[in-house]
Design a protein around this ligand. Structure first.
Ligand code: ATP
Length: 473
């Protein structure tokens, strides 16, 4: 298992991900995608969009980030979307009380104090009130990880929604929120999509978009940020059929990660013991990050909670009319809710490898390679002249220009060819095309595959189809 710092440092050095507004010292919990990161991000979204909407029963939307504030009253976010917050008086550090306890449980486990850990975990699962968190922290004498002291404030609720104002007057009547999830943009459009698309139940609505949460502690790189991107789908079903569809979507979503090359040994399902206010079944797909297991996507059976509340708050009917069976009902919903940015990080961690590889001279050296699935890798192909003379650069540049019309490609002439391969390995480019002396005679080039490092000799006219076949387009 590689350290998270190693992956963060590669991501920065090679232009995947930068700290937001770095020249001003950065803004906590916000990250920017650089030239390579943005390609990978777009590829990931494209994969999701194709898997989820290129089918008969799912439509896409792109709703605005700012929504009518009543939306968030109806969804329960105004009253319920908060985390328990606690401060340490000495260090002034601020924590999520539940995370503080969870981390203490981890520490107990590491010290083999299993009975105590299990006992605390059970008590944490039974927490009802804010004071229950506080009492556990005191009872188990949980210290501040920074100062080591135990002088805690009481536990307070902290709403995670970012507030802002529409128009020039900053008063209560003009408050709006930056959406904390994209799902509500789907629910409020339920009728619009139903009538315009003429879908029949069961059907789904999918959306990719930004979400914002004023997280108490941002940490672990892209894992917990204040601005992030989600890929969410709400699948509307007849009440009573939700169990089958829940199982169906669990499998579909698991397979999506597998299909993009994620290592199944680092994935697991985690069933929610404690259900959110809207759910009757819920499971997370977790990934084993360098810092431990973490959710990458949730599959939730949300009953008719959202549509029923929107019906009540808006006064607009949110029913489905089944003309064949002469029934009307508010549909139940199975939601698949994944983080684009969080899963991008999971894919990066999963792809990172350091291994021994032979150099041109046959000696072994360490190579860093991102074994990203060919369709999510930022670049698809790099083109090199073997040496910068004898007409090789001209031919290589022409090949590059042609390939660039179809694939994200890069042209590189600097340094020994071995070094150029290593540079591409490090950013996960699946193919490297090299123009050599023979190319000028018979119009063939070598094409090297990243993971096996094996080279094929291919006619230049065949390059496009060679690559297409292997990336499965
Ligand atoms: P957590 O318990 O980790 O705060 P959650 O259960 O609140 O997450 P959901 O509301 O189910 O998360 O959000 C769905 C998905 O959105 C998550 O699986 C994750 O991939 C992503 N996500 C949620 N919060 C963040 C965040 N702060 N930063 C990055 N991605 C996030």
């Amino acid at each position: 298992m590689y350290k998270l710092e190693t992956i963060i440092s590669l991501a920065k050095r090679r232009g995947f991900i930068f700290q937001s507004s770095e020249i001003y010292g950065g803004l906590n919990g916000c990250w920017d995608f650089g030239p390579l990161g943005v390609e990978m991000l777009r590829n990931l979204k494209e994969e999701w969009w194709r898997a989820m909407t290129y089918r008969d029963d799912i439509e896409g939307v792109d709703a605005s980030i700012l929504m009518h504030p009543r939306t968030w009253e109806a969804s329960g976010h105004v009253s319920q979307f908060s985390d328990p917050m606690i401060d340490n008086k000495t260090s002034k550090a601020r924590y999520r009380a539940d995370n503080l306890i969870e981390e203490h449980i981890e520490r107990l486990r590491k010290k083999n104090k299993t009975i105590q850990a299990d006992e605390l975990e059970n008590k944490l699962n039974d927490v009802v009130e804010l004071t229950d968190y506080f009492n556990l922290i005191i009872e188990y004498e949980i210290p501040d990880p920074v100062s080591g002291t135990k002088d805690w404030t009481e536990v307070r609720n902290f709403n995670l929604m970012f507030k802002t104002f529409v128009g020039p007057v900053e008063d209560n009547g003009s408050v709006v929120y930056l959406r904390p999830e994209s799902a509500q943009g789907i629910f409020v459009n339920f009728n619009n999509v139903l009538t315009t698309s003429r879908q029949k139940i069961p059907f789904g609505i999918a959306q990719i978009g930004k979400a914002f949460r004023n997280e108490i502690n941002t940490k672990n790189f892209l894992f917990r940020t204040r601005e992030f991107e989600q890929m969410e789908m709400q699948y509307f079903v007849k009440p009573g059929n939700e169990k089958d569809w829940y199982e169906y979507w669990k499998e579909q979503r698991w397979n999506w990660y597998l299909g993009l090359g994620m290592n199944p040994e680092k994935m697991k399902f985690k069933v929610h013991e404690k259900l959110a206010h809207y759910a009757n079944m819920a499971v997370d797909i977790e990934y084993l990050f360098p810092f431990g297991w973490g959710e990458i996507e949730g599959i939730h059976s949300r009953t008719d909670f959202d549509l029923r509340n929107h019906q009540e708050f808006s006064g607009k009917k949110m029913e489905y009319v089944d003309t064949v069976n002469n029934e009307r009902y508010i549909p139940y919903v199975i939601e698949t809710s994944g983080g684009v940015t969080r899963s991008l990080m999971a894919f990066l961690c999963d792809a990172y490898n350091e291994e021994d590889a032979p150099t041109e001279s046959g000696a072994m050296e360490k190579r860093t390679v991102l074994k990203l699935h060919k369709r999510i890798a930022p670049l698809t192909v790099a083109v090199f002249p073997l040496v910068n003379k004898d007409g090789m650069p001209e031919l290589a540049e022409n090949i590059y220009k042609e390939l660039h019309k179809k694939f994200k490609a890069q042209y590189d002439t600097s340094g020994a060819v071995g070094r150029r391969y290593r540079r591409q390995d490090e950013i996960g480019t699946p193919f490297c095309v090299t123009v050599d002396g023979q190319s000028l005679e018979d119009n063939t080039v070598t094409i090297r595959e990243r993971d096996t490092m094996l080279q094929d000799r291919v006619n230049i006219s065949q390059l496009e189809s060679y690559i297409n076949e292997r990336i499965g387009q």
